[in-house]
Design a protein. Sequence first.
Length: 451
Amino acid sequence: MIHPSRHPHTAIVGLQWGDEGKGKLVDLLTADHDVIVRYNGGANAGHTVQVGAERYALHLIPSGILYPDKQCVIGNGVVVDPEKLIQEIDTLAGRGIRVAENLCISDRAHVVMPYHKEQDAALEEYLGAKTAAERGNLAIGTTRRGIGPAYADKIRRSTAIRMGDLLDEDYLRSRLRVTCTLRTAELEALGVRTPPLDADALADRYAALGARLRPHVADTVYALHDAVRAGRSLLFEGANASLLDIDHGTFPFVTSSNCSTLGIPAGTGIPGHAIGRVLGIMKAYSTRVGAGPFPTELDNELGQRIRERGREYGTTTGRPRRCGWLDLVAVRYSAMVCGATGIACTLFDVLSGLDEVRICTAYRLADGTVTDRFIPDAHRLESVTPVCETMPGWSEDVSDATDRQRLPAAAQAYLERIERFVGVPVDVVSVGPERTQTLVHGRRAAALAHA
Ligand code: IMP
């Protein structure tokens, strides 16, 4: 679609706080790539892909699975909940989608165990309700999918379980016996967990899950390098989004992996310089789920209107998303960190019908100074006031647009302002959920495919 021969390997990454509509872009770009690779996160992510009348919600499996001739890889940087993964495989199979050797899972990907989910929820409860009175609510608003505790075990090493461990029952059992004793004590300290975790029961259950997933488990680092040597092109599918990156996001209100493109080398074993093109995805406005600073938030009727028009409810948890004006300070920072070479602006149709639209181009700090630099620290970002430009809105419905040059003048001006401020071209504009409702380099995607 976008000159794949010049840039064989592409990354797709969210430039805001997630839910930018990456699934649709991954789905569109999949046609031009051979191998679709997840490198971070786990079942906290959710991609919705609309194909004709069918809507698919995927959490762990790359949406490339919807194409029978593509290879999908879950890289070593992902944390895998085997039960959720099997559910996803079975649901797809029930809808006629084949999941066999076309799905490969790294033997080094870490496993999300049931106690990780218990720990995630218990910690959130403790940090929320129990500390609120003394220190304010410190809960992160996680998806409670066990992501943080699973990555914590990865970093702690001695208590971690990897996908490859599920294939060796004796080894798994011996590790779980130690881990479960420690974990029971930790859960008890949080006021939950009686009776103690049963290591043998967990070993039986997870060895059975391992047996079921065995045909998919492989050394994906060699598999990916073999694919590259064979001339096949890779598409890296980022989960969550740059501003939730553990190192570069709004810490501590972030997730526990490197969701920016900087996570690709570590999470797949493919060096960063191999990635020729980075498509950064941004909504035409901003949203955020869970707690954390959000300078342009519209906690009012306008925010509610955007939420309803954009169907801004979480794919993974169903939670209503917080909505606000487009924050270009944040987007420009993410584009810089991710090395974005192009931008896809999604949900553009949602802004139709507003008298005026606003774009944040700087922050005013508590001492009155103004900066156009992002502040990747929740505590400091909390106290900024957005400095916004106001632009005329457009009343026309743009969901049938076929040509960027024929969009209402105000809509074109909005896109041009993004390009000027961020310094990266808006290569793709999405004006609705369908594959065809996409303008690529200014024209309908379907038309381009035949050009
Ligand atoms: P966790 O990843 O479940 O630990 O959640 C940490 C934070 O990241 C919470 O604010 C979540 O709402 C947010 N988060 C994690 N994954 C996504 C995503 O895919 N989209 C939007 N927010 C997410």
